[in-house]
Design a protein around this ligand. Structure first.
Ligand code: PLP
Ligand code: SF4
Length: 355
């Protein structure tokens, strides 16, 4: 294991705080002391480095994807990839390629209508009873198919004070009973910040549930700290944790342990996956994912039809194939282990069932 020089650690402890990508910045309030922060600081940010580490041949004129969405892969995720396999299903989720520059009709910057759903700084509402907070623009991994890869995070709250208008809007609207912390990834906030934000939400009497939409327990399991578990246990509102894994290989030992800690704290944990070409568009891969999840108490929730974000057309699988895969899964797995196949259609009152 390499030692990260202290100066380098401080500079990169909070990813995306680089000058190339200020819009995905988060405000660092502490020097990085936690192991997950050090691991993030050491994450791979260069596609050539990623190829090299996996023993894949270098390619000329590497596309860096630096147009606001550079490569980002933590070591803990890299370890689960098969060396020298250019088709590895985890690698394909994070490796930039020339296809990202293709302009394909129907693939746009805001495929799910986030702009129209913005009700206050950092707050989106599309569905009855639920509001979503864009807690930060930062993530621990950059998934090339991300539906928010073009989201204008620079306009959203950075400091706790910036959250007041959203908190006030939530406090004023008693029809909102659930708050979803999303992003980016809300677990990119330190435990101190996350606790502070959750306490403000928890103090609103009509908020019954607080949901954490996060990929960090999957890609950076050390983020599931004692303090995070304590935060979940101490909330008045019911917490739920919704993770995001697309392939069974993501559910490695360290990831299993992290998820089980949350499950054993008594918190419901659900998984969302995205149907992705060459990654999980076969029944065997989806079955294995669902089986591994349910074996540790994580319930498959949604299988999403790809949101048609610019640069992600090469990931799309047609809906008919998705339906066939769900039919196959239903024939192989217990009913509770089969995710709902859904699509987000702007303007609809809920995620639309495709099955
Ligand atoms: C997907 C989404 C939700 C959650 O929808 P569920 O079907 O309850 O999981 C809530 N708000 C927004 C803005 C969403 O995009
Ligand atoms: S973790 Fe989620 S928000 Fe972050 S890049 Fe991946 S899909 Fe997008």
């Amino acid at each position: 294991m390499s030692i990260v020089p202290a100066a380098n650690l401080l500079r990169t402890a909070v990813p995306q705080a680089s000058s190339e990508e200020p819009e995905r910045d988060v405000v660092p309030e502490n020097p990085p002391t936690e192991s997950w922060q050090r691991q993030l600081a050491a994450a791979i940010r260069d596609p050539a480095e990623l190829r090299k580490r996996l023993g894949l041949p270098a390619i000329e004129a590497e596309l860096t994807g630096s147009e606001g969405f550079p490569t980002l892969v933590p070591e803990s995720f890299l370890r689960r990839m098969q060396p020298a396999n250019p088709h590895d299903p985890l690698l394909l989720q994070v490796l930039t390629g020339p296809e990202e520059s293709n302009s394909v009709a129907g693939f746009v910057a805001d495929p799910v209508g986030d702009t129209a759903a913005r009700k206050a700084p950092g707050m989106l509402q599309k569905y009855a009873g639920r509001a979503l907070l864009v807690a930060t623009g930062a993530c621990a991994v950059h998934c090339r198919y991300c539906f928010r890869r073009e989201y204008p995070y620079q306009n959203e709250p950075r400091r706790m004070d910036d959250w007041q208008p959203a908190i006030d809007a939530l406090a004023e609207d008693s029809s909102i009973t659930e708050v979803i912390l999303s992003g980016g990834d809300p677990l990119m906030l330190t435990d101190i910040r996350l606790t502070e934000l959750c306490q403000k939400l928890d103090a609103i009497p009509h908020i019954e549930r607080i949901r954490f939409h996060t990929r960090l327990p999957i890609v950076l399991p050390s983020r599931v700290t004692d303090n995070f578990i304590r935060l979940l246990k101490e909330l008045r509102a019911q917490p739920l944790v919704i993770v995001h894994a697309n392939h069974g290989n993501e559910i490695a030992d360290d990831c299993q342990q992290a998820l089980q800690r949350i499950v054993r704290a008594g918190v419901p944990v659900l998984n969302q996956a995205v149907l992705l070409r060459n990654i999980n568009n076969c029944a065997d891969a989806l079955e294995e994912l669902c089986r591994r999840l349910t074996n540790i108490g994580v319930m498959p929730y949604y299988l999403h039809q790809l949101d048609r974000i610019t640069g992600a057309a090469h990931f799309e699988v047609d809906v008919a194939t998705g339906r066939r895969l769900i039919t196959e899964l239903a024939a192989r797995l217990p009913g509770y282990a089969v995710p709902k196949f859904v699509q987000e259609i702007p303007g609809q009152p809920n995620k639309t069932s495709l099955f």
